[in-house]
Design a protein around this ligand. Structure first.
Ligand SMILES: [Mg+2]
Length: 186
């Protein structure tokens, strides 16, 4: 009887120990899996933040490209407008062919003088720059523009090419920090 009880107790202890070991093994396995999952989550969070950064950079890049595209479209529209203006403006040119180049060059200086004269009167205090005065100066600027178109035509030049080259020169000078200063070739 005692032997039977002892056997039963020993078996029970062994079974309990085995059960405990298995439970402990399962727990350790779960803890290990948990650590792996946490590490994977950290990796995913890191990759997510990297992707977010890339997305932000791409959006900034796209915005910049969109801005550049808009600027190019505007420049193209302006260039077309300038050439169209030149084509239509010179239809009203009536000076003799033997005065080509010379006539518009002299008249250009005259129109520029008229602009300067009106601005001089404003500086002297003869009037304030209200809408009428601005329009009047604008008309003189139109005269300057007309003779620019005519002079360029006489030299077989398009205003758009002149404007484009002028912008290139100015942008180059700006990049090199020589906007201010003297000399055409600086
Ligand atoms: Mg005039």
């Amino acid at each position: 009887m005692i032997l039977t009880c002892a056997v039963i107790i020993i078996c029970t202890v062994i079974i309990c120990a085995a059960f405990h070991c298995r439970k402990r093994a399962n727990w350790d396995g779960l803890k290990h899996q948990n650590r792996i999952l946490l590490k994977q989550m950290d990796n995913l969070a890191y990759r997510h933040s990297k992707l977010e950064q890339k997305l932000t950079d791409l959006k900034a890049h796209n915005f910049k490209q969109s801005e550049q595209l808009t600027t190019l479209k505007m420049q193209k529209a302006v260039m077309f407008g300038i050439d169209e203006y030149q084509d239509r403006a010179i239809l009203s040119a009536i000076y003799p062919d033997n005065y080509a180049v010379v006539y518009p060059a002299l008249a250009l200086a005259g129109e520029a003088g008229e602009v300067a004269n009106k601005v001089k009167k404003y500086v002297r205090g003869d009037f304030i720059l209200d809408d009428d005065r601005r329009d009047a100066i604008g008309k003189e600027i139109g005269g300057v523009l007309w003779y620019c178109a005519a002079l360029a035509r006489d030299l077989n030049l398009n205003l758009s090419d002149i404007a484009r080259q002028n912008l290139r020169v100015l942008e180059d000078r700006k990049q090199r920090g020589v906007i201010q200063g003297d000399g055409d070739e600086r």
